[in-house]
Structures are given as C-alpha cells and as structure tokens.
Design a protein around this ligand. Structure first.
Ligand SMILES: *Cc1c(COP(=O)(O)O)cnc(C)c1O
Length: 356
C-alpha cells in the first residue's frame, strides 16, 4: 500500500497558508514607506486593537513564531535559576528545541504529568513540594505555564484556569499561557479574551494568530509591563525584531478586524466537531477524550489509517502518553491527531469519513 499525493491535509492547522484577508493586508501594507523596527503605524494599530480586545492596557511584543513568543515571555518572567512548571507534553518542553532554556539563560522546565494534556492542582502541588524556595540548592519556583488549547486538544475551563493560577500565585509564581490556539479556545468556551487571560490570573499570554489565518504572526501580551520591561531587548537580542515590522503589524490588524479571528476559529472548531461525530460513528474507532476545539485524537484500526493514506488524507501519528487509564494503543491500531483549520471544508470532512 502506498501513500498517494496529499489531497486533504489534517496533520496540523499550520499546513494551510494565510487567509485572503490577512494576505490582502500584507499586500496593502507593502505600498508606502513606513518607519522600521516596530515604529510603523500597523504595529501601533495592532497594539490598539489588542488593547481593545483584551479590555485593558498591555505590552505587546510581536514575533513571527510561537516558539519565539513563548521563549521571550518565559525569559522575561523567569530568572536563569528559576523553574517553569508546565505539562510534561507541553510544546515549551517537548517541541521548542530548548528555546525557553536558551532565551532565559538556563531556566529549568519541569514537566507535570496529567491525563488529556491537563495539569491538575494536585499535580502542581506535588511539583511545588519538590522545590525548596529560598534554598540555594534547587532551582526556584518562578513560573506556571499552561497551554490553552492543550497539546491534547482539550480545554481547561475558566474555573480550572483560575484554580491553577491562584495556587501558583500563592506560591509566588508568575503565570503564562501558551495560547497558540487562543481563538479556538476562546470561542469554544464562549468567553471574552479578557476572561481567559488576565482575569484568569495570567501575567502574560502567547497570543497565536498563525494557525488561525495569519501567515506568520504571534504576540507576547504582557498585562504586567513592569515585570516584562526586558521584552524589547530580549527580542532584538534573539534576532526576532523585524526591520520591516509592518509585516507583523498588518497581519495582526487584519486578523482582529471585524471578528475575522473569531469567525475563523468558530469554523475550524465546527469542522472538528463534524469530524469527531463522523469518526465516533465508525466501528473500531475510539476518541480517547472529547473534541473541544479544532483537534481530534483518535485510535483507529490500521486498515482505516491505510485507506486514508491511499486516499491522500494526511494526519499526524501521535504518541500515546497521556491517554486515560485503561486506554492504550492496541495491536493493529494507530493513534492519530487530525487538526482542522479556518480553511477546512465540510466536503473534506465528509470525504475523510467516507474514505474510512
Ligand atoms: C504550534 C504551537 C506553538 C507555536 O509553534 P511555532 O511552530 O514555533 O510557531 C506553540 N505552542 C503550541 C501548543 C503549539 O501547538
């Protein structure tokens, strides 16, 4: 059995390009001369739009990648001898090639296990109990970093977020949210941007746009600018300050304009819901946890995975850690991740189900 040329790609939500609205905005911003290094009017508009969306003044640091945004946010919040507590499968720990450690000058990332990509208050308490604040022997508890949407495609409720940040704050930690899929989570929870960020106890958020319609644009948002005054310097030092910064500003402005980001996220989430419903109805297919945003995780018979490959349907093989108790990848089974985007069509989803 051979893999056909890819016809439908659900391996991730960054396999699609930018939305027409974002691409048009880049082309328009290309026309005139603009000040460089963040002093352009598009970056100013992006900051104003973000302040409006998040309902307060904030510090904005635009980057072209989520890894840079996460690493810069953590470097600003954490000393080199600090500890960043995060989920054991988190992007900052597993998928960023040590960038948070590098940018922070050596901060230690400590992974906390948890089912379905989520940290529990008990898990956080246990991790905190293993550190000794004030003792110059262990790294010092500094930051709690959570992902929303999680790496398992699940969501923390607002109550769960608030409980974890409150616990962290009682121990003197700062709180960071990796929101590479912020919009997907926000529309799924039907809450405001403020409710899922500073109102939920976060000092800084990585606000992703790339996976939901931008070409390459993410933002570190700091609600405590006094804590993160080093951000512009760290960004420049890391080689992440674009001279033609309008490229980033224009993307963010278009992304937030007229609810484009919310519309894109609602569409992506709806496609995932459609996919999950179709998959759940297939014999031999099991979804180990609920589909809450735009990612579907499924245990599927090898024969189904093979039929998808032959039909040119791409999905991502996934590691089985974090599966709920009593749920494992059996013989003849594959564990796959499928991610929908703003560009996924209902016809594509129906074709995936039909091909199974
Ligand atoms: C995609 C992703 C990022 C950002 O990754 P980049 O490839 O560096 O843009 C960060 N966190 C999570 C959870 C992600 O899925």
């Amino acid at each position: 059995m051979s893999a056909a040329p890819t016809r439908i790609n659900l391996a991730s939500d960054n396999v699609v390009g930018a939305s027409a609205a974002v691409l048009d905005a880049i082309v328009r911003a290309n026309a005139d001369a603009e000040p460089s290094y963040g002093a352009d009017r598009y970056c100013a508009q992006a900051e104003a739009a973000l302040a409006q969306v998040f309902e307060r003044e904030l510090q904005v640091c635009l980057t072209a990648t989520g890894t840079a945004a996460n690493a810069l946010a953590l470097a600003a919040l954490c000393t080199p001898w600090g500890a960043v507590l995060c989920h054991a499968e988190s992007h900052i720990l597993e998928d960023e090639c040590g960038a948070p450690e590098f940018y922070s000058g050596g901060a230690k990332l400590i992974g906390i296990a948890g089912v379905a990509g989520k940290i529990t208050p008990d898990g956080l308490s246990d991790a905190l109990a293993r550190l000794s604040p004030g003792v110059a022997r262990t790294v010092q508890p500094a930051v709690l970093s959570l992902s929303q949407v999680t790496e398992a495609g699940t969501l923390y409720s607002l109550e769960e977020l608030r409980a974890l940040t409150a616990l962290a704050r009682r121990h003197g930690l700062r709180c960071h949210l990796d929101g590479s899929r912020y919009a997907n989570a926000m529309v799924a929870l039907d809450c405001s941007a403020a409710a899922m960020s500073w109102q939920a106890g976060f000092d800084a958020v990585t606000f992703g746009a790339t996976k939901n319609g931008a070409l390459a644009c993410e933002a570190v948002l700091s609600f405590e600018p006094a804590l993160t005054a080093s951000l512009p310097f760290q960004r420049k030092r890391a080689g992440h300050t674009l001279s033609k910064s309008r490229l980033l500003g224009a993307q963010m402005v278009a992304y937030l304009h007229d609810g484009h980001w919310r519309d894109n996220a609602r569409h992506a989430n709806a496609m995932a819901t459609r996919l999950a419903a179709g998959l759940a109805a297939l014999p031999g297919v099991r979804l180990p946890w609920p589909t809450q945003a735009n990612e579907v995780f499924a245990l599927v018979p090898e024969a189904v995975a093979a039929r998808w490959r032959e039909a040119g349907i791409a999905c991502a093989p996934w590691l089985s850690r974090g599966l709920p108790e009593g749920c494992s990848v059996g013989d003849g089974q594959r564990f796959l991740r499928m991610v929908t985007s703003y560009a996924t069509t209902p016809e594509q989803i129906d074709a995936v189900i039909a091909a199974a």
